[in-house]
Design a protein. Structure first.
Length: 89
C-alpha cells in the first residue's frame, strides 16, 4: 500500500447490548495521530464530543467521539513544536 491509502478494519463495540461498528471512528483517530502536515476531513457525521469537558455533570451526555479532542491535541502539539500544520474540516 502507498502512504495515501486508507485501510479499514471492522471494529465492533457493544453499546447498550447492541453491536456498533466503530471502524470509521477508529481509523480517523489512527490517521489524525499520524498526520504530519495537514488533516482534511469531509464528513456529514462530524460531531463534537463531551470527552474533555471540565464539568463532570456535562460529561453525562456520553458523546465519546474522540475526533475533536484528537484534532485539538494535534494542533496544540504542532504549535508547541513550531511546525506548520493545517486542518480542513
Amino acid at each position: 500500500s502507498t502512504s495515501g491509502d486508507i485501510k479499514f478494519t471492522r471494529v465492533l463495540d457493544y453499546k447498550k447490548g447492541r453491536p456498533v461498528d466503530s471502524s470509521i471512528h477508529t481509523t480517523m483517530i489512527h490517521h489524525i495521530r499520524r498526520a504530519k502536515h495537514f488533516i482534511y476531513i469531509e464528513s456529514q457525521y462530524f460531531m463534537g464530543s463531551s470527552f474533555m469537558w471540565s464539568n463532570s455533570s456535562d460529561r453525562k451526555v456520553k458523546c465519546n467521539n474522540l475526533v475533536p479532542a484528537e484534532i485539538t491535541l494535534k494542533i496544540c502539539s504542532k504549535i508547541a513544536a513550531g511546525e506548520k500544520f493545517t486542518v480542513y474540516i
